[in-house]
Design a protein around this ligand. Sequence first.
Ligand SMILES: [Zn+2]
Length: 239
Amino acid sequence: MTNDVKRVYQHGTLALLIPGLFTGTMTVAELLTHGNFGIGTAHGLAGELVLLDGHAYTVNGDGQVTELAPDGTVPFATVHWQDSSLPTQAVHQRTKAELETQILAQAPLKNLFFAVKMTGTFKVMHTRAVQTQQEPYPNLTVATRVQPEFEQTDVTGTLIGYYAPALYQGAAVAGYHVHFLNDTHDFGGHILDYTVVDAQMTLQPFETFEQHFPSDNEAFLKSDFDLQQVNADIEEAEH
Ligand SMILES: [Zn+2]
């Protein structure tokens, strides 16, 4: 079977993190059968997940980078098969805001899910990372009230993440949601801001968004999700 590069696969939803459903419900080994690049978080909200070329790394609240073992688990992750036949675009001297606006101005992508992958040198990379939570888990707003932030200058590495159409807020973060890992694997996290010096960027639009649910997780099955609360909490915790 060939890997479907037109499909993005998601296990769990961003919304299930909001009431504190941080228990891992899929192994890393299984997640990696659905894609080789992606983002998410690990069991217990143990850091920002960065999947690069079939390896799953987390950047934890102390800024430490660890590769997850195949039997590690995730409550929420989005992955895809990177299409190596896609053209790359050179990006020079752009801020995050400039580049994100430029991407949507150059192609009609606003109503699609697409992956952004960018490798190169960044003048500034500003990230944050969630801190590992202990049971009984607090809700996401409480868990992310203190979020350590990290910044490096003149750093080389890979940005990976997704754009989701506005309609999918709750399933995902509407708009861009991108993570970073440097080449020496000792700095990264959920991206707050950056300035590119020189990088190569690939945009990969998807035809299919496959949403997989933790259908044997009782806490998930019994949770009540309020759309307005989900919206407000995503705005507070993820931006
Ligand atoms: Zn993130």
